[in-house]
Design a protein around this ligand. Structure first.
Ligand code: ADP
Ligand code: TRP
Length: 353
């Protein structure tokens, strides 16, 4: 397919569980728009999932498939973009090895995501205990203990991610703001490679953020699998209705006709997404003209049609195993063609025989 712009877009998501509305409004919806303008490569980052779950892989293949089904149901069109699984592109692993040779260890050790994610892993290990206790234990860990919990692959996460992007010479990478540090490493890697080998073959990529960089979860914190506060893509409408009815609202509003503040209210954050008339709703809320129960019911009505239609499209793709296989194999073919060109160029300038 012909694209309006020649620039290349690359992005991936880790198949660590089902996608949720935060992933959809924070990233996936952007993928769907970008496929109409740019040459796009979207992939299931299964190797990245392994960096934290190598001992627990029974759901990896299943989650990878579910992710692709969600992407298709959300509107990614394999005629417009390449959809593939990261591990199907061996060139990525090869280029990761080569780029690893020029990545200073300090960049990886200083990467803020490294410590944050270790913290996350550590909390899982102490699941059931208070976060505070886990955080305290974390703070007391020595460097040596931390390094026992982490792997070579985990520390190298940013090298693999830089490779995903640089291997296609992407100009833009649609991600959430939590990926800023990784994007910086990808840019630094391209620059360092080009400097060392006095070349211009690698392209410095720029992150692209969406207009909704932080979708709140049911409890008002950022929606995230690790907080258990999500609405997943593909959930039954009745389950979503129950979740909407349990969303946090302004705690100062006691009675239905108390005036309240919509800013910071989770239900209102979703009205902003689903309700074209959300400004009117903000006024009604401030004036105490509407109770939270009615406001939640209205929100669910607005969401229901979209959810039902999404689930129908999802069922369609979920049934067609052969179609999924075909999409992923065509995607891998396109990605390998692009990846092998860059890999060959890199080997040439590195003088690898
Ligand atoms: P999770 O926090 O649930 O594990 P991931 O880290 O796998 O989600 O995120 C995948 C993509 O979705 C990333 O680009 C991330 O920035 C984006 N994303 C995740 N949660 C949200 C959210 N609540 N709001 C906006 N974007 C999000
Ligand atoms: N690190 C990203 C995340 O956690 C996933 C990812 C892996 C990615 N490789 C990438 C995103 C390349 C963009 C480009 O969400």
């Amino acid at each position: 397919m012909e694209h309006i712009k020649n620039d290349i877009v690359v992005s991936g998501m880790r198949p660590t569980g089902r996608l949720h509305l935060g992933n959809y409004f924070g990233a996936l919806r952007n993928f769907v728009e970008l496929q109409n303008k740019y040459k796009c490569y979207f992939f299931v980052a299964d190797l990245h999932a392994l960096t934290t779950a190598a001992e627990n892989t029974e759901n990896l293949a299943f989650n990878s498939k579910q992710m692709v089904i969600d992407w298709l149901a959300a509107g990614l069109d394999p005629e417009k973009c390449s959809i593939f699984v990261q591990s199907h592109i061996p060139e990525i692993s090869e280029l990761t090895t080569l780029l690893g040779m020029i990545t200073p260890l300090g960049w990886l050790l200083r990467n803020p995501t490294y410590k944050e994610q270790l913290n996350e892993l550590f909390r899982k290990k102490y699941a059931g205990q208070e976060d505070k206790i886990a955080a305290e234990k974390m703070a007391m860990l020595t460097e040596a203990e931390l390094s026992e919990m982490s792997s070579f692959g985990f520390l190298g996460y940013p090298v693999l991610m830089a490779t995903d992007i640089l291997i296609h010479k992407a100009a833009y990478v649609p991600v959430g703001q939590d990926q800023t540090a990784h994007m910086e490493i990808a840019r630094d890697t391209a620059r360092r490679f080009n400097d060392i080998y006095d070349t211009d073959i690698l392209v410095e990529p720029k992150p692209l953020f969406t207009s909704i960089p932080k979708v709140p979860g049911l409890d008002g914190r950022k929606m995230s699998k690790s907080y258990g506060n999500t609405i997943e893509l593909g959930e039954e409408p009745e389950a979503v209705r129950k979740k909407v009815m349990s969303m946090f609202t302004d705690p100062n509003k006691q009675k239905a006709n108390d005036p309240a503040n919509p800013d910071g209210c989770t239900v209102f954050a979703f009205h902003k997404i689903y309700n074209p008339d959300f400004e009117k709703r903000a006024q009604e809320c401030r004036a105490g003209a509407l109770g939270c129960v009615a406001c939640k019911k209205h929100l669910f009505e607005l969401m229901e049609k979209e959810i039902t239609e999404f689930n129908q499209r999802r069922d369609f793709y979920a049934k067609d195993e052969a179609l999924l296989k075909k999409i992923l194999s065509r995607g891998a073919e396109a990605a390998r063609e692009s990846a092998s060109k860059t890999l060959a160029e890199v080997k040439k300038v590195m003088k690898v025989l």
